[in-house]
Write a protein that binds this ligand. Sequence first.
Ligand code: SF4
Length: 340
Amino acid sequence: MKILELTSTELTHEIKRLYGKGEYYAQAVYRQIYCHGNTDFKHVKEFQNSRKLVRELKMALELNACPVVGEQKEGDLTKFITKLKDNLQIESVIIPMETYQTLCVSTQVGCRMGCRFCATGQLGFLRNLTIEEIVGQLYTAKFFYGMDIRNVVFMGMGEPFDNFDNVIQAIRVMSDPKGLNVPKSRITISTAGMVDGILKLAELNWSDLNLAVSLNAPNNRIRSSIMPINRSVPMEKLKEVLLGYPLSKSRNFLVGYILIKDLNDTHRHALDLAKFLRPLRVKLNLIPYNRCSDSLFAPPSDEHIRRFQRWLVNEKFFVRTRSIRGRNVTSACGQLGKKQ
Ligand code: SF4
């Protein structure tokens, strides 16, 4: 039984099926593992008279949080590298907010989307992460680093919708109120624009989950030049699918826009972007491009970033410019997976 792949209800069914015991024990197991990070039930009061069951559970339960093999810090921000069973490595980032932490998780080793501004995309695709490898990143952040993780963003290595089933089950486990308890309203999936994934998510009707789209261009010509997915799913198609998405009244789509000097950062681009987004309810997140050693692109100046933001605010959009924390430890957006 891979505990990091199960919700409390699923664990209850499994324990009942295997041992004929019910919810009382299953809830105790779940609480110990997910609320206290404890896998030794010997001294837990619910098991005081059930030595045999403790032995059997210890044999049956697998908790494979992969080991942390590397770590880099910039201020309070921590990037940690986990080694998977097949020796591949993934990266996750703990981002400090004012009173809590946000965890950025990976969903694949590498990525097949090939976005030209992204270090992960340049790695190519190696494989999907399993459910426990995704949930394990949150488990590690909570119990290895002792962090109070309130938000989870699926913005690390990989395209989440390219690993749809595992990502969805990972969200079920992460948001289980009896366990890790990160509510869906504090979870964000970010996609490069895989419309079949957006449609499948819409069918789940998880209206409180946040959906982010990495747009990065004001028109098809520029978007296709930096994001190959746009050649098969042009922006009009993406917009059509978003317009049909059952977005709850209290929510907005989050739209990521990586600002790249002389590519997508002129006044005309801001106006075209505003025109494209006008029918959608969005919050815009401007992300200054992060230069890597072998970069094809350059970031705009701080002054120009402010100007671009003003142009969009004048068009009545809510716009935030993401601070560039983590740039020095290659944990900023588009840098995960980059060779040090
Ligand atoms: S930006 Fe996201 S979707 Fe594009 S290559 Fe990088 S990880 Fe993949």
